[in-house]
Design a protein around this ligand. Structure first.
Ligand code: FAD
Length: 422
């Protein structure tokens, strides 16, 4: 049996999904010397782009687009990447190493990389398909939403996750009246401590956002030009526009139908290989084995789409060279002029250790077995950055040191390095 790198050199590589992870994969393949045939298939009509600005800068200013393209213009052509846009992959024939496309063609592959990302979870309630109910994932979604935001518009945001909160922040600045409805009893409760979410809420309330927690929308009806949202506690909320941000589902149907191991995404090893050694998965659609945490994790973040894809592409570009993708997860969000940073993995069932800083703001930590596994805070990017090294080192850190604002995290890292060199 030839290894995947040899098969890739002989029969080419096909990357499915032309988002950030797919775009970075083809780039890193070429920059790391892969010279075989290379095809990138993307169902969107666009060149690969990054998504973070879609819920931030893009929504603030209707007059100019702030799209972050993955490549410089001409990159794909100059580096002989056959880019097929507006086409989706519909079926994988693993035995024949062929990929079927929506336009009826099929391509053979030596290696296949799935970078199909996620799509918004739909709200399946009566009236939920009204054209005033929007989702936000693609550049086109962002263009439509920003075109509709205007002073006085009553915007109902469903879901107090990152996308919902970022949309709320942008819409308030565009003069909209914003109400956020959330099923849970706190915002971003799945990924960060309750107190941190509540602090963010305070900021939103100060800007005029209304919140309703522990509430669900059960239906929408149209009346007098508005959309009336019925809530689970018997209220009616009138809205001119609704943005639904209730999570994302993996685009892994073709992997599932092909018999690959799938569990809320395509399950891979630490090198990005799926249960088929000739098929890899990167970015949001992958559930990769992270050697730092010793378990499979699924991440929806810029860092994972960027660095995970580069790591997997490097492995595929050269025969014999294999290094795992092993990084401490990092995520950020911008709301108003506040920047939130999250490092590591949050455990919703565990308590957070809180450090109160001189300005009254807080940093939040979690440890497992005395080792740091999670750190987060708002407006503290520089102070928090060393948390990444502390988590990676898996060295014991005391709760006393984490709570003490006079001990900087960088001092803890220095202390750790000094111990390691002794
Ligand atoms: P995607 O970007 O989803 O790209 C997948 C591509 O594959 C899509 O173009 C899709 O159409 C295509 N595709 C799917 N199926 C097929 C098929 N069968 N055939 C062909 N093509 C297919 N992360 C942060 O760390 N910080 C942030 O502030 C932040 N903000 C965000 C804001 C928004 C609005 C969104 C949506 C995400 C944000 N993220 C943020 C997350 C980050 O952008 C994602 O993790 C990243 O885009 C994932 O990249 P990806 O390439 O894996 O998937």
């Amino acid at each position: 049996m030839t290894c995947v790198q040899e098969a890739a050199q002989q029969d080419g590589l096909v990357v499915v999904g032309a988002g950030q992870a797919g775009g970075r994969t083809v780039e890193a393949l070429r920059l790391n010397g892969y010279s075989g045939q290379l095809t990138l298939i993307g169902e969107e009509p666009e060149l690969p782009y990054e998504r973070p600005s879609l819920s931030k800068e893009m929504l603030l200013d209707d007059s100019q687009e702030t799209v972050t393209w993955v490549h410089d213009p001409g990159f794909l052509k100059n580096w002989s990447v056959n880019f097929e846009s507006g086409i989706s992959a519909t079926r994988i024939d693993r035995a024949a190493h062929r990929l079927e496309l929506s336009d009826g063609r099929s391509l053979s592959y030596g290696g296949l990389i799935l970078a199909t990302g996620r799509r918004p979870r739909r709200l399946t309630i009566p009236g939920g398909d009204d054209r005033r109910c929007l989702y936000l994932r693609s550049l086109e979604d962002s263009r439509i939403l920003r075109g509709r935001l205007q002073p006085g518009l009553r915007l109902l945001v469903i879901g107090a996750g990152f996308i919902g909160l970022e949309v709320a922040s942008a819409a308030i600045r565009r003069g909209c009246a914003v109400t956020v409805v959330e099923f849970a009893d706190a915002p971003i409760a799945r990924v960060a401590p309750r107190a941190l979410g509540e602090n963010l809420c305070k900021e939103h309330r100060a800007h005029g956002v209304q919140f309703r927690f522990a509430t669900q929308i059960t239906s929408f009806i149209s009346a007098d030009g508005a959309l009336l949202a019925k809530t689970s506690d018997g209220q009616t909320l009138p809205a001119d526009l609704v943005v639904i941000g209730i999570g994302a589902e993996p685009n892994c149907e073709i992997a599932d139908e092909a018999g690959l191991t799938v569990a809320n995404g395509i399950v891979t090893d630490s090198f990005g290989a799926s249960s088929d050694p000739y098929i890899f998965a990167v970015g949001d659609v992958a559930v990769h084995f992270n050697t730092i945490f010793g378990r499979h994790i699924s991440l929806e973040s810029w860092q994972n789409a960027q660095n995970g894809a580069i790591a997997v592409a490097r492995n595929l570009a050269q025969v014999g060279l294999m290094a795992p993708y092993a990084e401490v997860p990092w995520f950020w969000s911008d709301q108003y002029d506040r920047n939130l940073q999250i490092f590591g993995l949050f455990n919703p069932k565990a308590e957070a250790i809180v450090r109160t800083r001189a300005d009254g703001s807080c940093l939040y930590f979690q440890t497992e077995g005395g080792r740091l596994v999670f750190a987060a805070g708002v407006g503290a990017a520089r102070d928090l950055r060393p948390a990444k090294d502390l988590i990676l080192a898996q060295a014991p850190v005391s709760a006393a040191a984490l709570t003490d604002p006079s001990i900087s995290l960088s001092a803890l890292v220095r202390e750790l390095k000094a111990k390691q060199t002794v």
